[in-house]
Design a protein around this ligand. Structure first.
Ligand code: PMP
Length: 281
């Protein structure tokens, strides 16, 4: 089955799908995106993704290209045309095509692009054995809560992780606290068994997986607190893990080469991962 993309109202062959060179997404990274998981044909936490999309657009004063009901219809049609039952949907909205000028164009319509692809989720080895992370300075702007396509520091950070043989790079603010990964949220479990993740302020993206995991933690009555944690605290934590739409809940077993706990995925992370998988069914 050949892949089909959705571009501004049309379903087109993936290899021919394109926007104009003067699209502001291309020129200025003036746009936002969402990635939603599909499991057994079901879109996971679709409404929360749509709410975050609406928020990102509002914060950047980009017009909504279509209603949520229309977006849901297009998403389903795209999944059907691509035969995707397990995978991801990528959606991007930019401020549109206009003659290059930094200020907002007058009368430009937002561009919307959607793709769907089959994916298998994180590699079984990463789930079974856990992954390593490195730490890097957080060099991003002050509005990381907006899911903007402007991802250069994230791209550079992930590449550093890759070159270091690590799965992810945890970004560290000027106070020495971990903000988040380049495409994942960061968590630890303290010696006392308390789960810690940073509060969702403007320094991090409020992950939809993060929100679902917090719901699980609350409904299970587990101890947790939203507060910053330092690299030192993370290295001496009992467990560490990361969350995202594509990684789900993944154990972190080493930070900058320092093993976490006994260097194996911990029981708490395993349990959370199982709860999250149940949430996806
Ligand atoms: N932080 C950043 C910087 C991200 O890019 C992502 C993934 N888009 C996340 C966290 C995780 O968010 P989600 O759970 O919604 O995939």
């Amino acid at each position: 089955m050949s892949r089909i993309a959705y571009v501004n109202g049309r379903y087109v062959p993936h290899r021919e799908a394109a926007v104009h060179i003067e699209d502001r997404g291309y020129q200025f990274a003036d746009g936002v995106y969402e990635v939603t998981a599909v499991k057994d044909g079901k879109l996971i936490d679709e409404d929360r993704h749509l709410q975050r999309l609406a928020r990102s657009l509002r914060e950047l004063r980009i017009e909504r290209p279509m209603s949520d009901a229309a977006l849901k219809l297009v998403t389903r049609e795209l999944l059907r045309r691509n035969g995707v039952r397990d995978g991801i949907v990528y959606l991007q909205v930019t401020r549109g095509v206009a003659r290059r000028d930094h200020a907002f164009p007058v009368g430009a319509r937002p561009s919307i692009v959607m793709t769907a692809k089959r994916t298998k989720g994180p590699p079984p080895k990463a789930v079974e054995e856990g992954v390593s992370v490195i730490t890097i300075p957080d060099q991003r702007w002050a509005r990381c809560d907006i899911k903007s396509v402007s991802l250069l520091p994230n791209v550079l950070g992930k590449q550093r992780a890759k070159e270091a043989g690590a799965f992810e790079a945890w970004q560290v603010d000027r106070a020495g606290n971990v903000t988040e990964g380049t495409s994942t949220n960061a968590w630890i479990v303290t010696e006392k068994g308390e789960v810690v993740t940073r509060k969702a302020d403007e320094a991090i993206l409020n992950g939809i997986t993060r929100l679902a995991v917090l719901d699980i933690i609350r409904s299970e009555g587990l101890a947790f607190i939203e507060r910053p944690f330092s690299v030192e605290e993370a290295k001496s934590a009992r467990e560490a893990f990361l969350t995202s739409t594509t990684s789900l809940v993944l154990p972190v077993v080493s930070i900058d080469g320092t093993p976490i706990g006994d260097g194996k995925p911990g029981p708490f992370t395993r349990r959370l991962r199982e709860y999250y998988q149940k949430h996806m069914t």
